[in-house]
Write a protein that binds this ligand. Sequence first.
Ligand SMILES: C[S@@+](CC[C@H](N)C(=O)[O-])C[C@H]1O[C@@H](n2cnc3c(N)ncnc32)[C@H](O)[C@@H]1O
Length: 285
Amino acid sequence: MIPAGTSLGAARRLAADRLAAAGIEEAASEARILLRLATGLDPALPGGAAGMCLDPAQCDRVEAFLARRLSREPVARIIGTGAFHGLDLTLNAACLIPRDDTEALVAAALDLLPPYGPARILDLGVGPGTVLLAILSERREASGLGIDLSAEALVAARDNARTLGLADRAAFAEGCWTQGLAAPFDLIVSNPPYIPAADCERLAPEVALHDPRLALDGGADGLDAYRAIFANAGRVLKHGGHVAVEIGIGQAPDVAGIARACGFRLARLVSDLAGIPRALVFAAV
Ligand SMILES: C[S@@+](CC[C@H](N)C(=O)[O-])C[C@H]1O[C@@H](n2cnc3c(N)ncnc32)[C@H](O)[C@@H]1O
């Protein structure tokens, strides 16, 4: 326990030691974030905050946040926001925490969209708005529709669109992939669930215990969502439009095969920062 009267700097070191002892890799930076959340003060900023002493209520809050992190709840869930593409996104329990890997999908999408001019984007499995809002933040004349099966995730998406000043160009609707959609789009983007069902339990506890299963589980072989999306993509895509999807490690040949069988050719493959093929772009044949 961190006793009342401990300085903020010492509390940060104690917290970091406990996180590190539990095998948490970013222990020092996470301790800083949790201390800041508990006290409203940043222990690492110059100007004397590190010497200030914690009162009993602040110690209780630090302990509560540490207990949650030690039970493997990710920091983004504890603070309720995740950073992506320079945007701070509010998250709730139904939202996947944004991953840096998804920048590959955003980069692929931005390459397909001219810097100016209207474009209609459909984001299937929009979650908290991660991909759609990142794209709209870079393309001022584009607008989009985000679909998700989770009504709760859409609460966060609408909230994020409002906070980011994008609500006039971003609409959201509850639904299953393209079901019930008619209006044609220039670009379909999707980061669907793609983990094979049996692998979901073997993921790191931060993911297996705290990310929503609906955002992870891609069915027996991880490819169910791609089958559903490509089977109907042609119906909601404008002539000359594209489909860009994020994929899991090693899934490129299978996803390309599914898309080919539905009348799409692979136009481009984009790798993530680790050099792993992560986003595929398709055009209608
Ligand atoms: C991997 S998460 C991606 C979330 C966000 N787009 C991102 O890139 O971080 C997949 C999303 O698909 C949604 N989803 C799962 N099954 C769906 C379905 N049948 N129809 C629409 N959305 C679905 C989940 O609720 C989740 O928000």
